[in-house]
Write a new protein. Structure first.
Length: 440
């Protein structure tokens, strides 16, 4: 028997999530260039050098996309407001950009959808990237200005505002691994980005709270870190990865400190006097967003530079991203957050979903594996609630197939298939299954 909304508390919200650069089409409406445009234009960074210029053309097709959410019986929609659309050079307001989000939010309300806004889902305006982006402390203050501008316009109608989506991706994946824009591989840049992204979060919360904006949070991504074997060296490798991925951001915010395992590598590269920023970073949250997809097995790689660890392929079934399917990890993080960090504070599963090599056959997309993935993670969420985690909602990633960053348009996460030649939308079997489960 599949779960339905009746298996969750009455006030539990079901939603789907997207992000501006991945769906809107940044070639329209006066949006400024972003570091993703230049990252994508640099050979070797992105599959087929694809970018977000057109994406799903949501900029023009948003009414029909919101209709899909309403027809799917969703309660809420998680979207992001592009900094480079609202302020093309990161500082100067583009009225057309603001108007777009103004209409979009009204469109959600007209359809009975609660707007869950994210401020930064990765499209750093190029003008600020030129000045060092997240390695430059000034970016934090520009970000607080952006938070104020957009919140003063639409903040009266959004249900919640998240500052940053997935700081680990913004900082580590983009400055240490180099897989996302700006594609750096530099430990000094990494240490600065790891700290500044949290400072930007704190400065934005502080600013928005100063004029009464309610329901402020952050969206963190978590990766279940398991040792490849039970040797002390592998256990230590997993603990280091856990520190880098799962503990740095939540401990910075809720405990005012960074994990020792991570400072072992980053301490010499941190910005001067970083400790003085911890009170600003530790602004009270109203809620926490938890993004969860997979787990990693970690092994010791002594003899290589810090963090001296490596990934080991796991045995579980994998998605099109080659990510292991491990729903238990979601239960683990929701209960761990409640127990160790946020107590009774509301949490939302702000992203969970899988990529699949979906194809249209006779007009339909039969994505059985996605249905199984989705319902297994809903079950993990339900069990976490039963075990005391105050989880108030679940957002599937993503409503539409979209621009999957370095993977271009190759990897399909949507409940709704998008033909990237014609931009036609075709709801998949998983969309129909969820629609049935969410019927009142
Ligand atoms: O597409 C991304 C999204 O932008 C952030 N979270 C993970 C998703 C899948 O990789």
């Amino acid at each position: 028997m599949k779960l339905t909304r009746n298996d969750f508390p009455d006030d539990f919200l079901f939603g789907a999530a997207t992000a501006a650069y991945q769906i809107e089409g940044h070639g329209f409406g006066g949006a400024g260039p972003t570091h993703w445009d230049t990252f994508a234009a640099t050979p070797g960074n992105v599959m087929r050098a694809e970018d977000g210029r057109l994406a799903c053309d949501h900029y023009h097709r948003w009414p029909a996309d919101l209709d899909l959410l309403k027809a799917g019986n969703f309660d809420a929609y998680r979207f992001s407001t592009s900094w480079a659309r609202v302020m093309p050079d990161g500082r100067t307001v583009n009225p057309e950009g603001i108007d777009f989000y103004d209409k979009l939010v009204d469109g959600m309300l007209e359809r009975g959808l609660k707007p869950f806004q994210t401020l930064y889902h990765w499209e750093m305006p190029s003008a600020l990237a030129d000045l060092g982006g997240w390695t430059n402390r000034d970016t934090c203050h520009h970000f607080a200005d952006f938070a104020e501008v957009i919140s003063r316009k639409i903040g009266d109608r959004v249900a919640t505002t998240a500052t940053i989506n997935e700081p680990w991706c913004v900082a580590w994946l983009s400055h240490f691994i180099g897989a996302h824009a700006p594609g750096q591989r530099d430990i000094r840049a990494t240490a600065r980005a790891m700290h500044h992204i949290l400072l930007a979060h704190g400065a934005a919360v502080d600013r928005m709270r100063s004029f009464g904006q309610p329901n402020l949070g952050i969206v963190l991504n978590f990766d279940h870190a398991a040792p490849a074997t039970d040797t002390p060296a592998d256990i230590r490798a997993a603990a280091t990865w856990d520190g880098i991925f799962n503990r740095w951001f939540i401990e910075g915010i809720t405990k005012g400190s960074y994990p020792v395992e991570v400072m072992e590598g980053l301490a010499p590269h941190m910005p001067a006097n970083w400790q003085a920023d911890m009170p600003m970073i530790g602004q009270r949250l109203d809620w926490l967003g938890v993004n969860y997809y997979t787990r990693h097995l970690l092994a010791d790689a002594s003899g290589t530079p810090w963090p001296s660890l490596r990934d080991v392929p796991g045995p579980l079934p994998k998605t099109q991203m080659d990510w292991e399917i491990y729903p238990e990890g979601l239960h683990g993080f929701l209960t761990r957050m409640a127990r160790d960090y946020v107590g009774d504070m509301p949490m939302y599963v702000t992203e969970n979903g899988m990529a699949n090599a979906d194809e249209i056959l006779n007009g339909s997309v039969i994505d059985v594996m996605r249905e199984d993935y989705l319902f297994a993670h809903l079950d993990a969420t339900k069990r976490a609630i039963a075990d005391g985690a105050n989880v108030k909602g679940f957002f599937y990633w993503s409503l539409l197939d979209n621009y999957e960053w370095a993977e271009g348009y190759e990897k399909r996460f949507g409940l709704v298939h998008v033909d990237f030649q014609t931009l036609k939308r075709t709801p998949k079997a998983s969309y129909h299954a969820l629609t049935r489960a969410l019927a009142r």
